[in-house]
Write a protein that binds this ligand. Structure first.
Ligand SMILES: Nc1nc2c(ncn2[C@@H]2O[C@H](COP(=O)(O)OP(=O)(O)OP(=O)(O)O)[C@@H](O)[C@H]2O)c(=O)[nH]1
Ligand SMILES: [Mg+2]
Length: 423
């Protein structure tokens, strides 16, 4: 019995619990008496292997436990007839190790799965948290915006359109127009219940476009002669614009086009227009007197369109302006095209357009857009003066550097490229 107990301790260690001992009688064939000892280890030893183990009291006999770590050892008594060998009557030796490893592995697996799950959920949770924060921030900003708006010196426009308001100011669009346009857009945004940046841009763009008067020039073949007179300040690109239009109408629209040059004032003006008409193959009449003008108009009376180039006139020069006014009266143009440069300051543009108003301009053309950093001045002018813009010129190339004006296009020039918030 003592030997059996010693063997149990040796096999299972000092923490071994003796669960049951039983004497086994020798067989009829002569075997000697034996002791069967059932021993085991407490469950907790498998949960957390430890070196310092306090021995728990043995579980109540006689029901043996064959739970984890239980071994039954059969030991013969010290008897010289039988060799003093021990025999494991049940579970093979690796039982404890196998069970312990499986549990450890299981735990490790569980831990692994748990950490993978946490890692997988982390970004989603983070995004949700950021979304929530954003939503809260939006409402706070909106509340603050409403509050500030009512304060002296508060926000000029509602929060969702504020970036676009600032963009319009950066483009040199007039402050009052920018504010009105953005407030109109803000109202629409509120009604739709959407205020993401892309949508806000679309609504501001539409509101802006509705303030840009544009009208194309259309001519029909064989329906009498349309007379187009080009006027405007010096050097803005009147003659170049006229040449661009002449090529478009004759080559692209297949119309018959004649040209009248009335600029006897600037040196080189006649050569400029003559060279062009020679190259383009268009009939040209240069006029110096009223009689010349009558003859020229008569000569070109069977053309679909007659384009008339005038000398650049400063609105401040009264004598020059009077001459121009007399010329307009004699020609009675179907359209008076007022050419202005996009590089001119708003104040000068406004003064110039108001001076030309008496001549009855029916269309505006903006030139040198390629040389202008911002387009707010010309758009403000068009919006305020309500003279339809017909063409935009953005280079010296004839006829390529010209496009038909469109409200959306002008609005886009102010707001910048497609995208979310302005840069
Ligand atoms: N960059 C740029 N240059 C232009 C544009 N339109 C005209 N020009 C240039 O501006 C200069 C003056 O052009 P003109 O067509 O002679 O101007 P104008 O108004 O007829 O001039 P005056 O008859 O002297 O009053 C020329 O060098 C043109 O090539 C444009 O859209 N962009
Ligand atoms: Mg000219």
């Amino acid at each position: 019995m003592r030997e059996a107990l010693l063997q149990v301790k040796e096999e299972l260690g000092p923490e071994a619990l003796i669960l049951r001992t039983q004497k086994i009688k020798g067989s009829l064939l002569g075997g000697s008496e034996r002791w069967e000892v059932t021993a085991g280890l407490e469950d907790r030893f498998f949960e957390k292997p430890t070196d310092s183990v306090s021995l728990a009291p043995a579980p109540p006999a006689p029901t043996p436990s064959y739970g984890p770590g239980t071994r039954r050892i059969s030991v013969p008594p010290a008897n010289p007839i039988e060799p003093p060998t021990s025999r494991l009557s049940t579970s093979p030796t690796p039982l404890r190790e196998t069970t312990q490893i499986s549990r450890d592995e299981f735990r490790a697996l569980q831990d692994g799965i748990e950490s993978v799950r946490r890692a997988a959920e982390a970004p989603t949770q983070a995004i949700q948290a950021v979304r929530q924060d954003l939503g809260q921030l939006r409402s706070v900003v909106s509340l603050l915006a409403d509050h500030w708006k009512e304060q002296p010196g508060g926000l000029p426009v509602s929060a969702p359109v504020l970036p676009w308001y600032q963009q319009l100011l950066k483009s040199d669009f007039a402050e009052d127009l920018a504010r009105e346009t953005c407030e109109e857009a803000a109202l629409m945004i509120r009604e739709t219940g959407r205020d993401d940046p892309a949508w806000c841009r679309t609504v501001v763009l539409r509101a802006l476009a509705s303030r840009m008067p544009c009208a194309p020039l259309r001519f029909a073949k064989g329906r009498g002669t349309s007379r187009l007179l080009f006027a405007g300040p010096t050097g803005v690109g009147k003659t170049t614009t006229m040449m661009k239009l002449a090529v478009r109408l004759s080559r692209q629209d297949g119309l018959s086009v004649g040209v009248v040059g009335c600029d006897s004032y600037r040196i080189g003006a006649q050569e400029q227009i003559k060279t062009f008409c020679d190259v383009a193959g268009l009939p040209l009449r240069i006029v110096f007197t009223d009689a010349d003008l009558e003859t020229a108009l008569q000569d070109l009376s069977d053309m679909d369109v007659v384009l008339i180039d005038t000398a650049g006139r400063s609105p401040a020069n009264q004598v020059h302006f009077l001459e121009l006014s007399t010329l307009v009266e004699r020609i009675r143009p179907s359209d008076l095209i007022l050419v202005q440069s996009a590089t001119t300051r708003l104040r000068d543009l406004t003064a110039s357009v108001r001076a030309y108003r008496d001549l009855g301009p029916s269309r505006l053309v903006f030139t040198k857009i390629d040389e202008s950093q911002t387009h707010g001045a010309m758009c403000t002018l068009a919006s305020r003066e309500r003279i339809p813009v017909t063409a935009l010129c953005f280079g010296q190339e004839i006829p390529e550097a010209m496009s038909e004006a469109a409200p959306d296009e002008l609005a886009r020039m102010l707001l910048g490229d497609e995208g979310g918030e302005p840069a």
